[in-house]
Design a protein around this ligand. Structure first.
Ligand SMILES: [Zn+2]
Length: 116
């Protein structure tokens, strides 16, 4: 399960639960984003990338790791422990896909990664 929070608020934004047994994959969107159309779209897109990475064959996906990603992640989380924890749920492939999707949606990579 991947749980997103809105940066600096600690409020849950969304969750992704992979399919398991008879239960299909699930995306949960929380009220903290549902009041805002743009935040809802960003949170849903973020969780759909988790689903893409978990349920699809991503071996052929080739995309460059965005050069600004490390700056964004470091600025967003500050401590090494928080960065390591966040990265444990967000692979380089996830971050590369998030960059691609952020360009498609015309939102920043920072918004796509940390819902800020
Ligand atoms: Zn996530």
């Amino acid at each position: 399960m991947a749980t997103g929070t809105i940066f600096n608020t600690g409020l849950r934004s969304a969750e992704y639960e992979p399919a398991e047994g008879e239960h299909s994959a699930t995306i949960i969107l929380y009220p903290s984003v549902l009041h805002d159309k743009k935040l809802t779209i960003i949170a849903l897109a973020h969780e759909l990338i988790h689903h893409w990475e978990n349920a699809c064959d991503t071996k052929k996906f080739k995309s460059e790791y965005p050069k600004d990603a490390e700056i964004i992640i470091t600025a967003s989380f500050g401590s090494e422990i928080k960065i390591k924890k966040w990265k444990s749920g967000h692979s380089p492939k996830f971050i590369a896909k998030a960059f691609e999707v952020s360009q498609f949606l015309k939102v920043s990579l920072q918004q796509m990664l940390v819902h800020r």
